[in-house]
Design a protein around this ligand. Structure first.
Ligand SMILES: [Zn+2]
Ligand SMILES: [Zn+2]
Length: 270
């Protein structure tokens, strides 16, 4: 296998605990061709990772990882920015985006509702209303944000599953227009859709986005995709990459992407 994982967290974020250089060693052991590292840049005070990002120490981690790689695996330096449509101005005051290979946009909270990845919000509110709002807010995010990749579209399923609620519905049938608009904006703006495989190891046992949405993206002419495991710690390092690649092939994609200096580079899927 020569796969590429474009969503790998390091001990530079408080919710992850493996140093980048150690992940590089594991990547080489697993025959990975590339690792796209990300650190959380969350500026929402409600977020667990709020205020934790340090550009200097993260840069040192990535430099050490590159040395450790010895060129055997491509090391990319990325950033996962939470709610960039709200916090981008602040983010750019803290971070020079031009020093990064890619910027990933992530929706972890919905305005007026709260954090959507935990179970709390679903216990009080109408779950379907929350999911509808999640997609509307995602549309606003992809329309205006300076991002290269849209992370984990459909992450609310994790919260729904944790709350013991129904999560195996097809949102494409419920909000086809909003979802089509999101996918069209991605295509028009050249933003990659990430196939996040972390849901495969959780109760919901499905990728973010679902195969149905991935298929719709392809049907609309989308070609720019990445695969990411959303690795945070053991025992789920690089989890689900092969299944993700197989799903992409089955859906009609022929390539996956990496980013270098914020420019996509395609690799043939095998
Ligand atoms: Zn995230
Ligand atoms: Zn992440």
């Amino acid at each position: 296998m020569n796969s590429i994982d474009m969503h790998v967290h390091t001990s530079d974020s408080p919710d992850a605990d493996i140093p980048a250089w150690r992940l590089v060693k594991k990547g080489i052991e697993n025959n990975l061709a590339g690792i796209g590292f990300v650190a959380h840049l969350d500026l929402n005070p409600e977020d667990f990772c709020y205020g934790s990002f340090n550009a200097g120490t993260y840069d040192e981690s990535i430099t050490r990882a590159r040395i450790e790689s010895g060129g055997r695996v491509s090391v990319m330096k990325g950033l996962e920015v939470g709610e960039p449509h709200i916090y981008e101005e602040q983010a750019k005051k803290l971070v020079d985006y031009s020093n990064y290979d890619f910027i990933t946009g992530a929706l972890h909270s919905v305005k007026g509702i709260g954090m959507i990845l935990g179970s709390e919000v679903y216990k009080d509110g109408d779950p379907f209303k929350i999911v509808e709002e999640y997609y509307s807010e995602t549309l606003r995010m992809v329309e205006v944000s300076d991002i290269d990749i849209l992370a984990h579209l459909g992450l609310f399923r994790r919260g729904l599953a944790l709350a013991g609620l129904k999560y195996d519905f097809n949102e494409l049938q419920l909000w086809p227009e909003t979802i089509d608009n999101i996918l069209r904006v991605l295509i028009e703006r050249g933003i990659a859709l990430e196939l996040n495989t972390s849901g495969l190891r959780r109760k919901e046992k499905v990728t973010y986005p679902t195969p149905a949405i991935l298929e719709r993206f392809r049907g609309l002419g989308g070609t720019l995709v990445t695969v990411g495991s959303d690795t945070h710690r053991e025992p789920h390092v690089f989890f689900g990459l092969e299944r993700g690649a197989a799903l992409l092939l089955k859906t009609g994609f022929r390539e996956v992407n990496t980013f270098l200096g914020r420019v996509p580079k395609a690799f043939e899927l095998t």
